[in-house]
Design a protein around this ligand. Structure first.
Ligand SMILES: *Cc1c(COP(=O)(O)O)cnc(C)c1O
Length: 374
């Protein structure tokens, strides 16, 4: 089976991990800071907090900006459930925004309509690896005094008008799940250029424990205080060693993802009935996913036939407001986001990952051609 995405791990990565396993610190040791610094250098962001996964990164962000009961956060419905769930974890309410037909990214026009007195933030999701319209979103956020947040679990390495992903919002979440750009097995990171928000994320990942240097001096080196409710969202040193090693290869992988995407765009352009998502000359796409649209009445059959041909196509995503958890909570939400709802029935994710060979990609394209010609 050719999957839609997969990790790439070499002997260097394995060596880096095993060195840490043989060392004194396998968690809360020096590799955490080293990985955080490597991501800061790569993204040019000032502060990074490594955590246990992308979902805990999003949760830490909702905590840091003070989301609580009664607060609303605008989230696009075309995303992984975790984007919205992170708001619920803090007792807040996710409000589902519709997406733009051409690239399935959050639609600023939809966002504007959803703002109320309770809105605290907009969470933009860089769906498939393409940065959202941050210029437009920033204007809206500033006008209404909202935080602008970024779920960049798809878009590490992406750029918007020459500015790196990580610098585009007040706080940004990354994921290092195996299908994402680089992996630590499970892992995530919170990025921000605001020192106070960074500090809040840091103590949230460690049970809400603060270790104030002056208090330790006064009371004793054993002293610490738990000042607010946090979680154990720590990542291990051996995971961070993997992340550091992966990051050294990432620039090449990013180029490979773009090469694969360009080949798809070129070779699929002469197949009737296939439409890739819109690209933009001012946005460097990190291509976590390569999503095409086909007619909604053939999508499910095509999905099945591609799977039968050992091509692991997938559908990203079922609109979050369709999930039973949310319909139980809010009642039927059908019709809430008409564009996402209709485009959802057309989308299919094709294989894209750095080690996908030319022959494998040709097989995917030829199979699509054959099946659509039927
Ligand atoms: C993967 C992903 C997450 C969650 O990341 P985990 O590391 O799996 O917890 C959140 N949002 C989006 C858009 C994702 O793709």
């Amino acid at each position: 089976m050719i999957p839609y995405g997969r990790q790439l791990i070499d002997d260097e990565d394995i060596k880096a991990v095993s060195e840490v396993l043989k060392s004194d610190f396998i968690t809360t040791g020096p590799k955490i800071k080293e990985f955080e610094k490597a991501i800061c250098d790569f993204t040019e962001v000032e502060f990074a907090t490594a955590v246990s996964n992308g979902t805990s990164a999003l949760h830490a962000i909702m905590y840091a900006i003070g989301i609580g009961p009664g607060d609303e956060v605008i989230v696009p419905t075309m995303t992984f459930a975790a984007s919205a769930n992170s708001v619920v974890y803090q007792g807040g309410t996710p409000v589902f925004a519709d997406v733009k037909k051409e690239d399935l990214l959050i639609d600023p026009k939809s966002v504007e309509k959803l703002i109320t007195n309770n809105t605290k933030a907009i969470l933009a999701v860089d769906y498939a690896g393409k940065a959202c319209d941050y210029e437009e979103l920033r204007k809206i956020a500033d006008t209404h005094n909202l935080y602008l947040l970024s779920d960049a679990c798809h878009s590490l390495g992406g750029k918007y008008h020459d500015r790196n992903v990580g610098l585009l919002a007040d706080m940004t979440a990354l994921s290092f799940h195996p299908v994402k750009q680089i992996t630590t097995g499970e892992g995530g990171m919170v990025l921000t250029s605001d020192k106070e928000l960074a500090q809040k994320s840091m103590f949230f990942r460690n049970h809400g424990i603060t270790t104030d240097y002056h208090q330790r001096e006064k009371v004793g080196a054993w002293y610490y205080e738990m000042t607010d409710l946090g979680y154990n969202y720590r990542i291990t040193d051996f995971q961070c060693a993997l992340g550091i090693s992966q990051l050294t290869k990432f620039p090449e992988w990013l180029k490979a993802r773009n090469r694969i995407a360009e080949t798809y765009i070129e070779k699929l352009s002469d197949i009737k009935g296939i439409e890739p998502l819109a690209t933009d000359g001012n946005i460097y796409n990190a291509y976590h996913l390569f999503v095409i649209k086909v007619a909604s009445d053939i999508r499910d059959q095509l999905f099945k036939e591609m799977r039968d041909m050992d091509i692991g196509v997938n559908v990203h995503y079922i609109p979050v407001h369709f999930h039973p958890y949310y319909t139980k909570k809010y009642g039927s939400l059908k019709g809430l986001c008409p564009v996402a709802e209709s485009e959802y029935e057309k989308i299919l994710s094709l294989p894209i990952y750095p080690s996908l060979t030319e022959d494998e990609q040709k097989y995917v394209i030829d199979t699509l051609k054959k099946l659509l010609a039927k």
